[in-house]
Ligand binder design. Structure first.
Ligand SMILES: [Zn+2]
Length: 137
């Protein structure tokens, strides 16, 4: 493989995954699925690590998830201290992918239980950036 081909693949991969943000801004949580082996990825990947295929297709997630595990952070890395305390959660989406994101602060401690239904949604941050989080289902 030549370096020119390597560079081209890198460029294509980057632009493919950049669409994730455009979808997120429209409120769509998108994953990618490998057309070769059928594996679903979230966050989306431009290339499949199973078979190195670049034949990926976008697929919207319903957002319906179930809480697998969580942890509340009382200490944070630089830049995140003002958010403390916050809860990081791992949830299984109905499509079968596990998603790692913050829990919205509207979910109180008593409601935070393994197995509870959550809704994965896009979130506009005060500085205009966009991300995703879990809300009450
Ligand atoms: Zn694959």
């Amino acid at each position: 493989m030549s370096f020119s081909k390597f560079g081209k693949i890198g460029y294509v991969s980057e632009t493919k995954v950049a669409d994730f943000v455009k979808h997120l801004e429209k409120g769509k949580i998108m994953a990618t699925r490998c057309r070769k082996c059928g594996q679903l990825y979230f966050p989306p990947r431009a290339d499949c690590p199973n078979d190195l295929s670049t034949d990926m297709t976008w697929e919207e997630l319903s957002g319906r998830c179930r809480l697998l595990t969580y942890t509340t952070a009382h200490f944070a890395p630089t830049g995140f201290q003002k958010d403390l305390p916050y809860t990081l959660a791992l949830a299984r989406c109905e499509e079968g992918v596990n998603v790692y994101a913050r829990l919205n602060k509207d979910i109180n401690k008593n409601e935070t239980r393994i197995g509870v239904d959550l809704k994965l949604t896009s979130l506009r941050l005060p500085d205009g950036r966009i991300t995703y989080e879990f809300k009450k289902a």
